[in-house]
Design a protein around this ligand. Structure first.
Ligand SMILES: Nc1nc2c(ncn2[C@@H]2O[C@H](COP(=O)(O)OP(=O)(O)OP(=O)(O)O)[C@@H](O)[C@H]2O)c(=O)[nH]1
Ligand SMILES: [Mg+2]
Length: 282
């Protein structure tokens, strides 16, 4: 599947992140808990380099809890501060503040030693599109200031938001990288909703999802789609044809594909994580 998903605005957003980075003390890197590895942006990675960083695995409500814990353990072993979160339902936002303060403890101590009372901590929130950056910042601020929406590309420009306790937060537009060489990563990103659906072949995407569920979450597929054991053994594309017939949408495979994709994204096929923990990669 060849997808052109690096329009000019993403390049602009990347350059703006690079420019503003020197103004901030710490970066909140938001990744999708369902794909903690594939939602890591190698381009932003290079830019951020040695800046203190907290990895937030957002949308943890949709992810497989066992694998979320495995990923947190992995980051912990790498001495990389991280937290899993369900920003939509307010979970653990206070803890983000605590981790920010812990990570910047040396700097804060210095301010305090020098009698600086009104110091400001500046944070930049970065990540792929639609991962929940603006939602998290709104929760940290305690008001819905940043615009959010369930499609990629909602935030168009950088915006500073002010939270309590001297915290300033920069919201940024979601950024992908120019060339996604690994097709699997492309499919995982698309399935999570990081890529506009118009840019993707929905049938390919649904077939990828069905295959992943057959291999990893077959029990869920069996019960949620009321399949027989024999139907579960169909090839993924035959399974899509089977579901199309079953749902009575008359050879409209794209419509059936859309339904599968929606079910995955909304969690109707259960909690899932598309990336396994692998060593040596943050
Ligand atoms: N299930 C779930 N949905 C979430 C969570 N956090 C955010 N969302 C939803 O995800 C969608 C995208 O959220 P945004 O905050 O607009 O994402 P963004 O990263 O700012 O997106 P761009 O500005 O387009 O890059 C919205 O529909 C949110 O309600 C979460 O933890 N769980
Ligand atoms: Mg946004």
């Amino acid at each position: 599947m060849v997808v052109q998903w690096y329009p000019g605005h993403m390049n602009k957003a990347k350059n703006q992140i690079q420019e503003r980075l020197k103004l901030v003390d710490i970066v909140l890197e938001i990744r999708d808990a369902r794909l903690p590895l594939s939602s890591r942006n190698p381009v932003l990675d290079q830019i951020i380099n040695n800046k203190p960083r907290i990895i937030i695995l957002n949308k943890a409500d949709l992810a497989d809890p066992k694998l979320t814990q495995a990923w947190l353990d992995y980051f912990n072993n790498q001495k990389q501060p991280s937290i899993a979160l369900d920003a939509q339902h307010h979970n653990k936002l206070q803890q983000i503040r605590t981790i920010i303060e812990q990570t910047l403890q040396a700097k804060i101590n210095k301010y305090q030693r020098n009698g600086v009372k009104n110091y400001v901590i500046r944070t930049m929130c970065i990540g792929i599109p639609n991962v929940g950056k603006s939602t998290i910042l709104n929760k940290l601020v305690g008001k819905n200031i940043a615009v959010t929406g369930n499609k990629p590309g909602v935030t168009k420009n950088q915006n500073w938001l002010k939270a309590k306790n001297n915290l300033e937060l920069l919201d940024t537009p979601g950024v992908l990288w120019p060339k996604i060489e690994d097709e699997q990563i492309g499919l995982k990103l698309a399935l999570s909703g990081a890529v506009k659906d118009q840019l993707v072949n929905l049938e390919d995407l649904a077939i990828f999802a069905l295959q992943f569920w057959q291999q990893n979450y077959s029990d869920l597929l069996l019960t949620k789609y009321h399949l027989s054991e024999a139907e579960l053994q169909l090839t993924p594309s035959d399974l899509l044809i089977h579901l199309t017939n079953k749902w009575g949408v008359q050879e409209d495979y794209e419509r059936a594909a859309q339904r599968v994709i929606q079910d995955v994204r909304q969690g109707n096929l259960g909690q899932y994580t598309l990336d396994e923990v692998v060593n040596d990669q943050l």
